[in-house]
Design a protein around this ligand. Structure first.
Ligand SMILES: C[S@@+](CC[C@H](N)C(=O)[O-])C[C@H]1O[C@@H](n2cnc3c(N)ncnc32)[C@H](O)[C@@H]1O
Length: 185
């Protein structure tokens, strides 16, 4: 998908997409820097868009690992399904269904890492909490939940759900970004 097409998709669906530009390579690097790729067997991505972070994850992933990428936007899902990698499972569905997709793909009940770019700032509070709580429930002990935001407005949600959150700033992105990291303890 071209930058212009992503821009159009962002404008058309501003509340759910939350931006008009895909993540910069600096954001992709920061998001994936928290993953221990030598051990991660099951990774879940929420709000994969047209796959810019997805491809970073796949490049670093073990040959025997699986990535389940959730995305609600049909146009983005069509692009994701073109990525030629059988370790990728595209879930054209809302992120609350993590458990269903893990079980349906014989991946157990818990992921080692969950990354999300879902724009919770523009989504209703109850939906946001439901997705973040479901993520915690389907994350292995010691696993990390890694969230992209463009502000720290909803930082308290992660503190409430996980009991901890670290904030990392990535200035080279439009707009400048924050990567929030919580550990399942
Ligand atoms: C900020 S964009 C991120 C796109 C891409 N990951 C990137 O970093 O450039 C957020 C994405 O979350 C998706 N999204 C919004 N609500 C969702 C939900 N409930 N479940 C899954 N994906 C969702 C949007 O359609 C959009 O593609």
């Amino acid at each position: 998908m071209s930058t212009i097409e992503f821009f159009r998709e962002g404008i058309k669906n501003l509340k759910t997409v939350g931006t008009i530009t895909r993540s910069s390579k600096f954001v992709c690097k920061e998001m994936t820097s928290f993953i221990d790729f030598s051990t991660a067997k099951v990774i879940v991505e929420l709000g994969a868009g047209d796959g810019v972070i997805t491809k970073h994850i796949l490049r670093a992933m073990r040959p025997d690992a699986k990535l389940v990428a959730f995305e609600v936007n049909a146009a983005f899902c069509d692009i994701l399904r073109e990525i030629p990698d059988d370790r990728l499972i595209v879930a054209q569905d809302s992120a609350e269904k993590i458990g269903e997709y893990l079980r349906a793909n014989q991946l157990g009940d818990q992921a080692d890492f969950i990354l999300s770019a879902i724009p919770f700032v523009t989504l209703p509070d109850d939906l946001s909490y439901r997705i973040v709580e479901t993520s915690r429930d389907h994350l292995a002990e010691g696993g990390l939940y890694i969230q992209l935001h463009y502000s720290t407005l909803v930082k308290k949600m992660y503190k409430r759900v996980f009991g901890n959150v670290d904030v990392n700033f990535v200035p080279i992105n439009i707009p400048p970004a924050f990567v929030l990291v919580s550990e399942k303890r």
